[in-house]
Ligand binder design. Structure first.
Ligand code: C5P
Length: 294
């Protein structure tokens, strides 16, 4: 996350994420699922700008008309939460330039919420610590806390317990984002809790040693099966990318984005250029070449 103050305004550039591993350990009484997941921030960014609003109101403008800018938006919820907990009376005019695809398993909304906590902490000169922001982040959503720590972490609990992890080398990825998004809650409803969870030890070791072939072979996402059932575009994208023989392919988070883990940036560009959707007449997938933030 990149933070910049210019005069009265604070601007923040905040990344997307992909999950290299996601296993479900159980279903909790509160309806959430207990997870183990390896998350990496990637170089695809939303930008936000925060300006003080003396009338005390919080307003949100977004360049993408598809996004609701009402109080339900996670950015507005983050701003309201911060205001309530700190008894702040100043408001904020927030502008959001959206580049991270929505409902895509890339946590764009969570990243924007984390950027809002950080940006307004700075704008309103609240002086909250990282720990205090992390506690607020966990109230907003399972993925929000990751963006306060990043750029790579092993996350547990419902995803909000974040243990930073050091990648040995930057990872080069091709993201394929199908036109059709997926609802996180719907995908989780279709998941079967395994009797014997897949271990994340191999992938953690591969990530910290930089062994790209082992990393590719160890990619795993328990949510991929229910997402494939809900969205054929996920299966199509996985098949098309796997055919191009990268080190590995996987769906990110609850989908619908699918990614190829590549051995080099050159290979990533080659795969992106050569990517052909299975259903060429209907498939309007967006393709991005990205590098992990470390
Ligand atoms: O925490 P967040 O608001 O991002 O979660 C969205 C939905 O995804 C939850 O309401 C829940 O249905 C599901 N979820 C889950 N277990 C998790 C994270 C999310 O069941 N660990």
């Amino acid at each position: 996350m990149l933070i910049h103050r210019q005069g009265d305004a604070v601007s923040v550039r905040t990344p997307a994420k992909v999950n290299l591993f996601l296993e479900v350990l159980g279903k909790r009484p509160d309806g959430y699922h207990e997870l183990e997941t390896l998350i990496v921030a990637v170089g695809l960014y939303d930008s936000l700008e925060f300006c003080p609003q003396p009338d005390g109101n919080i307003s949100l403008w977004c360049d993408d008309p598809a996004l609701s800018t009402g109080p339900d938006n996670l950015v507005c919820r983050a701003a309201q939460l911060l205001r309530q907990r700190t008894s702040t009376t100043v408001g904020a005019a927030i502008r959001l330039w959206k580049r991270i695809p929505m409902a895509a398993g890339l946590a764009g909304g969570s990243s924007d919420a984390a950027a809002t906590l950080v940006g307004l902490n700075r704008l309103w000169r609240l002086g909250l610590t990282g720990q205090q922001l992390t506690e607020l982040a966990a109230e907003l959503g399972s993925d929000v806390a990751f963006f306060l720590a990043g750029p790579a972490a092993w996350c547990t609990g419902r995803g909000e317990r974040v243990m930073p992890l050091r990648l040995a080398r930057p990872l080069n990825l091709v993201l394929v984002c199908p036109n059709e998004g997926l609802s996180t809650a719907t995908v989780y409803r279709g998941v079967e809790v395994p009797e014997k969870p897949v271990s994340g030890e191999a992938i953690r070791n591969a990530a910290t040693t930089g062994d790209i072939e082992t990393l590719g072979r160890s990619l795993y996402n328990r949510l991929q099966a229910p997402a494939k059932r809900l969205c054929p575009a996920v299966s199509d994208a996985l098949k098309a990318l796997a055919g191009m023989k990268p080190a590995g392919v996987l769906m990110s988070g609850s989908g619908s984005t699918v990614f190829a883990l590549c051995r080099s940036l050159e290979e990533a560009w080659q795969i992106a250029r050569g990517f052909r959707p299975v259903r060429q007449d209907t498939d309007k997938s967006r393709v991005f070449v990205v590098t992990s933030c470390i």
